[in-house]
Design a protein around this ligand. Structure first.
Ligand code: DAH
Length: 342
């Protein structure tokens, strides 16, 4: 009889002393002690071997064994199961971070859109032309015949298979295409990519971007050109900006001019951007040459107009103080992401 008491006490001690560290070990514990064929069940079966006067005492002991086993099981069940589920839900901090960066607008697109917006406010609409052009639209119609020395101003990429096809050297070709299909009044801006056979350096590239402007109507004068460009300069570079027009030469305009703006870095005092002159050149312009109008079947006796062209790359370089044009074409996100959309 003592044996059953001893056995029960031994089991109780075992239960109290046992170390359980995993859900697997806990399951082994459950089967061994409180399962349907477990030791606790066996202890209850021993009851019949206990004398009547000791049944109560034995019953209490076995009950204690049972409760201790169940309590241990229930407590460990929560903690061990909790850790196993949280382990599943927990983020694996050793995984590499997601390096996919969100895209952002290219600085050239930001500047291009800003220029489009400024001119859209005074009625200019966007007109585009092809990048692969023919000699007529890029040169001849723009008053630059085959033997004209002005062709040397722009080193052209010709397309081998077709002697008259070339990569446009300026967006002025889009002027011709618009005048071909539309009668005045015409008020357009043509943004786009252009190509020249230039040695690539920090200052020059074989591909870059321009915006061309064209206004043709009855009675358009140089004063209109000047006022429109002043409006643009103030809108883009700030209301205090001044402009200066210097005589120049382009085959498609007469008279022609180059426009400088007062240096927006040093306000005219002289810095490295304006090369200590206080002025920065930003575009070419002029009154459309009557020969160009005639080439496009517009009567120069009735209509006149002005045109201008500016480099988007150069404008963006000035605006953001970028010192190497090649950065625009490398598409390095570390560069591109620095420019907030305006
Ligand atoms: N096409 C000229 C260039 O690429 C820029 C230009 C100058 C355009 C004067 C014009 C203009 O429309 O009137 O250098």
């Amino acid at each position: 009889m003592n044996n059953v008491f001893e056995e029960a006490k031994k089991i109780l001690e075992d239960i109290q002393g046992i170390n359980i560290n995993s859900a697997d070990e806990l399951e082994q514990f459950r089967i061994k002690y409180i399962g349907s064929k477990g030791l606790v069940k066996g202890l209850f079966a021993n009851m019949k071997m206990v004398a009547n006067e000791q049944k109560r005492e034995f019953g209490q002991l076995v009950n204690k064994v049972k409760l201790t086993a169940e309590e241990k099981f229930n407590t460990l069940k929560t903690t061990l199961q909790d850790t196993s589920t949280t382990q599943k839900q927990q983020l694996d901090l050793t995984l590499p971070v997601n390096t996919q960066l969100k895209g952002s607008r290219h600085p050239l697109s930001i500047v291009k859109n800003e220029i489009i917006d400024i001119f859209a406010r005074i009625g200019f609409v966007v007109a585009e032309g092809p990048e692969i052009e023919d000699d007529w639209h890029n040169f001849t119609a723009l008053n630059t015949p085959q033997d004209h020395p002005a062709r040397d101003m722009q080193d052209t990429f010709y397309i081998q298979q077709n002697p008259i096809a070339l990569l446009r050297t300026h967006t002025s070709s889009a002027q011709v295409r618009t005048m071909d299909r539309q009668k005045p009044p015409i008020r357009i801006i043509c943004p786009g990519r252009v190509y020249r056979n230039e040695t690539i350096s920090a200052r020059a590239h074989c591909q870059f971007h321009q915006v061309e402007g064209l206004y043709i109507d009855k009675g358009v004068s140089f004063a209109d050109l000047k006022q429109t460009l002043l409006y643009f300069a103030k809108s883009f570079y700030g209301q205090d900006t001044k402009i200066r027009l210097r005589p120049s030469y382009f085959p498609f305009t007469e008279p022609s001019a180059e426009m400088d703006i007062s240096c927006f870095i040093c306000n005219g005092e002289g810095c490295s951007i304006c090369k200590k002159t206080g002025w920065v050149e930003i575009l070419g312009c002029g009154m459309v040459d009557p020969a160009v109008l005639t080439n496009c079947n517009i009567d120069p006796e009735i209509y006149s107009g002005y045109a201008w062209g500016l480099g988007i790359d150069r404008t963006a370089m000035l605006k953001y103080k970028i010192d190497d044009i090649r950065l625009f074409f490398e598409n390095d996100v570390r560069f591109i992401r620095q420019f907030a959309s305006a």
